[in-house]
Design a protein around this ligand. Structure first.
Ligand code: BES
Ligand code: ZN
Length: 460
């Protein structure tokens, strides 16, 4: 391993320069105008994998944005690891808040700034560079068999990846799955994520008069869609922060005492955590700690609200429509389908007379809980700690969602290692997204150690 690790040290700067080139491509999956960039982005990645000497490297077309697949079949009889990541990024608004332009990546104070640097291009590049270190610095061979699937629709719900999996079932066959798309618990703390929340995302549309009408002539005489929507939304939580939808919590797994103890043992500081958001107080469902709330409890949040006059000053109208974007984060064993049904039924029950209410589902994904008693989790823990100077690796969960993780885990029955190198304060999805370049460097070493440690395992 010394030659591999030495190679990673020696090429540290170049690895960053290469990542910069990839980040320059504006691969925003949510915006149709960027469809050509999505293809260019996939081709850039595919070319990099081919240049590494992959046995197979191809852009897989889907009914949506393309994915990239590659395989390195170097180690007959050794385990096969499937690495999953995504090459799409989030939109960049509000653009005015970026200190340097999102697609002109810039290094400041050991951080690389740009859209997608941590979510998830930097974390995908970590694996490419770990592979390169074995091939060019470590005797020309990988110690295990590796496959990579890097999709282009993670940020918009991975709608077409299920089709890719069914069509290319044999391509994705592996003994273990590794996902690098999560954050570490804190700077310098190697952290394996063992739980992800799921997601169910909706729009609630309320309509009233056929167009905006004078609030003097009609106010008080007809139902106001904005008032109606506000009333519906306000009734979705009680005063203790519980969601009021009947049946919402029925399938929620209750935390065991050992699970609670493990979470409580982490070096969490509510004040420091709060400061990352700039919010005024840590509030949430009564009876749970902050980490329990964000990792292990389901939520319902309004993500967007639109209605009526939005310009400066006053305009006296009753708006014709009002709509809200609503997301629920889910935990085992909730499912997006059932939560969608329960939410729609409840919203309809709450709808006041005189307006039309519709609930539209946008997308969803299942939660994931890793089978941590499987020996591969200790192997990953050891690998991660080796790269981080012997520091113990903690098990954490994540409040965010990566729907494909559950899909692939269910389809293959294989354990999924969520070995992430981000940090919770790196502004993913927000202006000034950044990547800690030390984590990037140690991430490459962690991936290299993981491949090396997995090679010592008996093929399942
Ligand atoms: N990398 C994130 C998942 C994540 C979120 C990791 C928060 C660590 C902290 C991923 O790219 C993401 O943003 N997922 C979306 C999924 C959705 C669009 C289906 C999410 O969680 O909102
Ligand atoms: Zn994301």
């Amino acid at each position: 391993m010394q030659d591999v690790l030495g190679y990673i040290d020696a090429h540290r700067e170049r690895f960053v320069r290469e990542l910069v080139e990839w980040v320059k491509i504006p691969s925003i999956s949510a915006l149709p105008a960027h469809a050509p960039d999505m293809l260019r982005n996939a081709e850039h990645l595919c070319a990099a994998l081919a240049a590494l000497g992959a046995d197979r490297a191809e852009v897989l077309t889907t009914r949506g944005h393309p994915a990239v697949f590659a395989s390195f079949d170097h180690a007959p009889g050794k385990p096969t690891l499937l690495v999953y990541g995504h090459h799409d990024v989030q939109p960049i608004d509000p653009l005015g808040e970026w200190v340097s332009p999102p697609f002109e990546p810039a290094v400041r104070d050991g951080r690389l700034y740009g859209r997608g640097v941590v979510d998830d291009k930097g974390q995908v590049w970590i694996h490419l560079k770990a592979i390169e270190a074995f091939l060019r610095g470590g005797g020309g061979k990988l110690p295990i068999n590796l496959k990579l699937i890097v999709e282009g629709e993670e940020e918009v719900g991975s709608e077409h990846l299920g089709d890719v999996m069914r069509e290319h079932e044999e391509l994705l066959r592996a003994d273990y799955v590794c996902v690098s798309d999560t954050a570490m618990f804190g700077r310098g703390i190697p952290s394996l994520c063992v739980g992800l929340r799921g997601l169910a995302y909706f729009e609630v549309h309320v309509s009233g008069p056929s167009g905006d009408v004078h609030s003097g002539s009609f106010g008080g005489g007809i139902a106001n869609p904005a008032n109606a929507l506000a009333r519906i939304l306000a009734r979705l939580h009680d005063d203790d922060g519980h969601v009021t939808i009947p049946g919402f919590y029925d399938r929620v797994r209750v935390l065991t005492q050992p699970e609670k103890d493990e979470i409580a043992s982490l070096p969490h500081d509510d004040a420091a955590w709060l400061a990352m958001s700039g919010a005024r107080a840590a509030v949430g469902e009564a009876g749970f700690s902050t980490l329990e709330r964000i990792w292990c409890r389901p939520t319902l949040d309004v993500c967007g609200l639109t209605s009526g006059f939005q310009g400066e000053g006053a305009k006296t109208i009753i708006p014709a429509t009002a709509s809200a974007k609503v997301s629920c984060r889910l935990v085992p064993d909730q499912t997006p389908d059932e939560i969608g049904r329960l939410l729609a039924e409840h919203v309809m029950r709450l709808a006041p007379p005189g307006v039309k209410v519709e609930v539209v589902t946008l997308h969803g994904g299942m939660p994931y809980l890793a089978p941590t008693s499987h020996p591969v989790f200790e192997v990953a823990r050891r690998a991660f700690s080796k790269a981080f100077g012997g520091k113990p690796t903690v098990f954490i969960r994540e409040g965010g969602s990566i729907p494909f993780v559950r899909t692939i885990a269910d389809a293959t029955g294989k354990p999924c290692l969520l070995m992430g190198f981000g940090q919770p304060d790196e502004n993913a999805h927000a202006p000034n997204e950044w990547l800690d370049l030390e984590n990037f460097h140690l991430g490459i070493k962690s991936a290299a150690h993981l491949y090396d440690e997995l090679a010592k395992m008996v093929t399942p």
